[in-house]
Structures are given as structure tokens and as C-alpha cells.
Design a protein around this ligand. Structure first.
Ligand code: VTB
Ligand code: MG
Ligand code: MG
Length: 325
């Protein structure tokens, strides 16, 4: 199957640009739900113009039963190709609401039926790296062992590695182990999609992402890392005994290691990311006298092309962008 047209990459970046422009108007206003609603609405509106018969496989949440871009929603113009979509109109809603660095808007697309979402399991344990260390990781080994293998693959000392970890109480032991192993940690309060993608971009100064984060974010990150030749490995992480039980009933394997190829079983993957607030990967939205500037990364696995797109938007001229009074 090779029916996903390469022009889709450009169509997709419009959707993350629109979401980022909408979200940016809520940066620092302390209202993450309003920011999210604006971003979701803007992305959804732009998605409806994309030439595809898309279905949202990874969407706005299981967690809070969002009314739009929900799992199973059909998006696009309805004409071929048939595709699976993973969307996160804002990854890092809190970052956005607090005006903190690193909030992004992301979307990934692949052939129909190729994206996996573990039903009912909202968290996964993850390890992600860029291309140089893609063959070195094994989530079944300890963090210490992984750090040594990554250091060897990158021909660096463990002491010089930087590990991105979500700042959560559940990561206390992980953080202690990483420090004991000698590596450095960059704690982030949210945004582990960007955290995972950063590992494939040396200028971000990040070598590896470790820890437990959202399952949707794992699939989105897998799509991105497939485009750049990085790697991610995940295991399901039930929050409590009830969720563990449900997972068993559904026949989910708690020991199974999910690779990028398990999460996105297609070699034809598209990924777009636009910055909302400035982070280590992309700059955020900047408002100007005439409108706004956005910065995006667009990638496609088939060719491995990575595009950085800076765009100037004339807000007065483009009705789709006007989401705030
Ligand atoms: C992460 C982070 C997200 O969810 O996946 C996180 O990247 C994990 O859940 O930005 P908790 O916040 O419950 O720890 C987000 O914070 C929100 O989508
Ligand atoms: Mg989100
Ligand atoms: Mg998210």
C-alpha cells in the first residue's frame, strides 16, 4: 500500500499550525481547558479540509471523554486514502496555561488499521532514543544498563548523557537510579511527546526519555521516531489493581514490549508538530502587528525528509484562525 500522497505532510502541518495559533491566544491565562478547547476546535476545523478518509485512533481523551476529536471520530473530506490519525492538539496544556516552555501541537497519520491503542490503559512505561542509540535500548533491562548501552552507542560517557523525565512522584526511584548511574536529568512538568522527539534532535541536548507517561503520547512519539529512525519501547502500566485486572480480562499482555513498529504498524507515516510556547525543539507562536508566526517540524517516514517550516499568518485574512474575541 503506497497510497498516502506526500502532499498530506503539508496538509497536516496546517492543522497543527491552526491548533497552535488558537492555543497561543490562551497562553498564560491560567485556563488549560479553554486553551485545549480552542486548540481542539481549530485542529478539527482544519482537519475537515484534509483530503483523506481519516479516523481518530488516538484522540482527546479516554480520561475525560472529550466531545471532539474523540477516538473513533471520522475526520477529513471523506475521499481516499483511508488513514489512522493520532492527534494531540496541545501536549502540555498546563505548560500552555502557565506560559511555560515546551507546549506543542502534534498530529500523526498512517495507513488505516496501523495504529495501536491499548484500550483502557492510560499510561505506558517508555524509553525513547534517537537514531544513534536505536539498537542499544531494551526496556526489560534496568535504567542503569540502558544508560551504559546508550553511552556506548553514542561513544559518550554516561556522565554526559541527559535524560528527560516527567517530574512526578512515581518517578522518584527512577530519578535516584539515573543520578546514581551518573547521568544528568532534565525534569519536565509535562510534554513527553516533545521529550521523546527531542532525543532524535541533537541540538536539543537530550539523549533519552525514560519513565511513565500517557499511552496516547507513546503512539504519537512512535510515529515521529519512525520518521527519524529513532526508537521507542513501551510496556503497559496499569495504574491500580482494577486496571491491571481489566487489562488481563482484555487479554492484554503486561510483559509485552511494544516497539515503534507495534504502536504504528506502517512504514508510511506522517508527523507534524507546531510550537505553542518556545521549547527545545520548536519555537512558540509569536504575535506580530499583522498576525502571528509559527514554527513547525514536518516529517515523513517513507523518505525520511525532515522539514522545518516557519510561517507568517495574517490573522485578519484567515477566518479559520480567529478563535478568540
Ligand atoms: C504525559 C505528558 C502530557 O500527561 O504524557 C502526562 O506528556 C502523563 O500523565 O503532557 P500525568 O500528567 O497524569 O502524569 C500529560 O501531562 C498530559 O497529556
Ligand atoms: Mg492534549
Ligand atoms: Mg497529551
Amino acid at each position: 500500500m503506497d497510497q498516502l500522497d506526500r502532499n498530506l505532510a503539508m496538509e497536516l502541518v496546517r492543522t497543527t499550525e491552526a491548533a497552535a495559533l488558537a492555543a497561543a491566544q490562551w497562553v498564560g491565562r491560567g485556563d488549560k481547558n479553554a486553551a485545549d478547547a480552542a486548540a481542539v476546535q481549530a485542529m478539527r476545523r482544519m482537519l475537515s479540509t484534509v483530503h483523506m478518509k481519516g479516523i481518530v485512533v488516538i484522540g482527546e481523551g479516554e480520561k475525560d471523554q472529550a466531545p471532539m476529536l474523540y477516538i473513533g471520530e471520522e475526520v477529513g473530506t471523506g475521499e481516499p486514502p483511508e488513514s489512522d490519525l493520532a492527534v494531540d492538539p496541545i501536549d502540555g496544556t498546563r505548560l500552555c496555561a502557565n506560559g511555560m516552555p515546551g507546549a506543542v501541537s502534534v498530529v500523526a497519520l498512517a495507513e488505516r488499521g496501523s495504529m495501536y491503542y491499548p484500550p483502557g490503559i492510560v499510561y505506558m512505561n517508555k524509553i525513547a532514543v534517537g537514531p544513534e542509540a536505536a539498537h542499544a535500548i531494551d526496556i526489560r533491562l534496568s535504567p542503569t544498563e540502558n544508560l551504559h548501552r546508550i553511552a556506548e552507542a553514542k561513544r559518550m560517557s554516561v556522565r554526559l548523557l541527559t535524560v528527560v523525565v516527567l517530574d512526578r512522584p512515581r518517578h522518584q526511584a527512577l530519578i535516584e537510579e539515573i543520578r546514581r548511574a551518573g547521568a544528568r536529568i532534565r525534569l519536565i512538568t509535562d510534554g513527553d511527546v516533545a521529550g521523546a522527539v527531542m532525543t532524535a534532535f541533537p541540538e536539543s541536548g537530550v539523549d533519552v526519555l525514560m519513565g511513565i507517561g500517557g499511552s496516547p503520547e507513546a503512539v504519537v512519539a512512535a510515529a515521529a521516531l519512525k520518521c527519524v529512525g529513532g526508537a521507542i519501547q513501551c510496556t503497559l502500566y496499569p495504574r491500580d489493581e482494577e486496571e491491571r485486572q481489566r487489562a488481563r480480562e482484555l487479554g492484554l499482555e503486561l510483559e509485552k514490549v511494544f516497539t515503534a513498529d507495534d504502536l504504528v504498524r506502517s512504514d508510511n507515516v506522517f508527523f507534524a508538530m507546531t510550537g505553542i510556547t518556545t521549547g527545545d525543539l520548536v519555537e512558540g507562536v509569536r504575535f506580530t502587528r499583522h498576525g502571528a508566526e509559527t514554527h513547525s517540524i514536518v516529517m515523513r517516514s517513507r523518505t525520511g525528509t525532515i522539514r522545518r517550516i516557519a510561517a507568517e499568518h495574517r490573522l485578519a485574512k484567515v477566518q479559520e484562525y480567529q478563535t478568540i474575541a
